[in-house]
Design a protein around this ligand. Structure first.
Ligand SMILES: [Zn+2]
Length: 344
């Protein structure tokens, strides 16, 4: 009897294991994707631009940062935000202890990250990355996923990388993308890649395809710097299209018809027209308490989506369901942890 039903039993068990693995990793715990709620997928609380070999976490003033940042987090909670993905990578001020304090004070769920940032002229890539193999780099990130970040028990919820250049990837940036592909295949963590224009996105896609990583494991970050045809083409192949610079729309231009805001609206409409709204992610890339600047410098609020973008989208016929898709359902789908491979 058991033998007869064993395959079914095994199938059920495997299915349950796979389901239970599809969780979101916040800085506190592993949660069901449904518990994410309204989510901002790309924000920052703290930055240190000193350079990879020069940052000194012991010199960071977390007390001052908490005082500055808390009112901005409370403001965003008034719009119903429950979860924020903190996208500051290692060696630029990734600050898990500060995140833990902010989570305790607000009840917000934060996700942190692992990975290296090869943009801004590779100033934030650690020296070790130049002599290590793709495998060794990926293993460093996987160690953080297994054991925690910077001596804490906080585990990353995604891989954050960065690339720059005009149309080709530098050798180190290509290495970082390859390491991200490998780390994804071994962990199921989603790759959030600071990218920008089309050619850099397409070059990364080639590397991911070579590694058999499906594009729904990759977020084209800062895709607002790309074009409608490439955004649509990659969305149709499964990539997540992150339109995420809304915190930097010039306040003087804010309002119904500002050019910068309307560029976002048009990009979202083009994706909707192409049937790709289920691949769209929205955020501000805001915050930025900056180490070394008095009081952390000018802090960008995390609210423009709610105060300016959504009213325009509603006026132009977007339904509440479509808005919920971009700010609630797509983040759940994008960041639940599971290995995504291309079918050959
Ligand atoms: Zn950012």
């Amino acid at each position: 009897m058991f033998i007869r039903f064993a395959p079914l039993f095994l199938l059920l068990c495997c299915g349950l294991t796979m389901l239970s693995a599809q969780k979101i990793q916040t800085i506190q715990s592993s949660i069901s994707p449904k518990k994410m709620g309204l989510t901002l997928i790309h924000e920052h609380v703290f930055l240190d631009w000193s350079g990879a070999e020069k940052t000194k976490p012991e010199s960071w003033n977390n007390d001052s940062a908490v005082t500055v940042i808390l009112p901005y987090l409370r403001a965003v909670q008034k719009y119903g935000v429950k979860t924020i993905l903190e996208c500051t990578p290692n060696h630029i001020g990734r600050n898990p202890k500060l995140l833990a304090r902010l989570a305790d004070s607000t009840g917000l769920q934060f996700l942190s990250n692992t990975g290296y940032y090869g943009a801004r002229g590779d100033h934030h890539v650690p020296a070790s990355a130049y002599s290590e193999t793709v495998e060794q780099i990926a293993e460093r990130w996987l160690d953080e996923f297994k054991n925690g970040i910077d001596g804490t028990s906080i585990r990353p919820g995604f891989i954050k990388i960065g690339v720059d250049g005009d149309s080709t990837l530098s050798e180190i940036d290509a290495t970082i993308v390859r390491a991200a592909a490998l780390a994804h295949l071994r962990s199921g963590l989603t790759i959030v890649a600071h990218t920008g224009p089309d050619p850099l996105a397409l070059r990364q896609v080639e590397i991911l395809e070579q590694a058999s990583v499906a594009l729904n494991a990759w977020v084209w970050t800062h895709a607002q710097h790309g074009t409608d045809p490439t955004r649509t083409a990659l969305a149709k192949k499964g990539a997540w299209i992150s339109l995420d610079g809304l915190g930097w729309v010039d306040p003087a231009e804010r309002g119904g018809d500002s050019t910068a805001l309307m560029n976002y609206v048009k990009a979202i409409e083009a994706l909707k027209l192409a049937g790709c709204l289920r691949r769209v992610l929205l955020s501000h890339d805001a915050g930025w308490y900056t180490h070394g600047v008095p009081g952390g410098g000018r802090f960008q609020p995390y609210t423009l989506i709610f105060t300016h973008l959504l009213p325009v989208l509603r006026e132009r016929g977007f339904s509440e369901k479509e808005i919920e898709l971009m700010l609630v359902k797509n983040p759940q789908e994008a960041f639940k942890i599971r290995v995504r491979t291309q079918r050959k």
